[in-house]
Design a protein around this ligand. Sequence first.
Ligand code: GRF
Length: 213
Amino acid sequence: MRRRTAVLLSGRGSNLSALAAAAGNPAYPAGIVLALSNVPDAPGLALAAAAGIPARAIDHRPFGRDRAAHERVLLGALREAGAEILCLAGYMRRLSPLLVNAYAGRMLNIHPSLLPAFPGLDTHARALAAGVKLHGCTVHLVTEALDEGPIVAQAAVPVLPDDTAATLAARVLVQEHRLYPLALALLARGEAGTAAAADACLLNPLPAGGSLA
Ligand code: GRF
């Protein structure tokens, strides 16, 4: 049975597109039932709509500093859509305990670094400044602490001598688009954190056409 999955985003939506593409395979264990954003003109919402995915914006600004009040409305939309799993994909707001607890163990986030290195913003520039030779991305379960929570899957890329933050970001993003569908499939099948997930910790790019279903 496909697990009903919502994606929460604030911007571009390339990871949403990767998840939607994976879910286009009927054998994939999750279906994307809603794209939700706090930014009314987020490009990701338009991508979702073009892919036939219901897209909704719930602007955070009228709620001021009351995060929980905004999240109560988000939760209403998620419940209406029957979302069992929630994927954060470039959602640029801190979460309150309300949303974290409502989806405990059922909410994933993708972060553009090999956590626990470089939590927070500007990860690619910080990786370059630190001189690391491997960088990458992480999908983890969301807990109350920012960019923490049990790691579900990681993919690494080399840092090359001529890299800029932009070239490194582009190399990582290719892996994000392969890793996130894999991690969601693991969670949807109840395999996150099991031996079956070991293959999802990757030093090399995922095999092209590797089975995500
Ligand atoms: C990605 O780099 C993701 O790792 C980070 O935010 C970015 C979102 O990109 N959390 P997109 O909107 O999915 O294209």
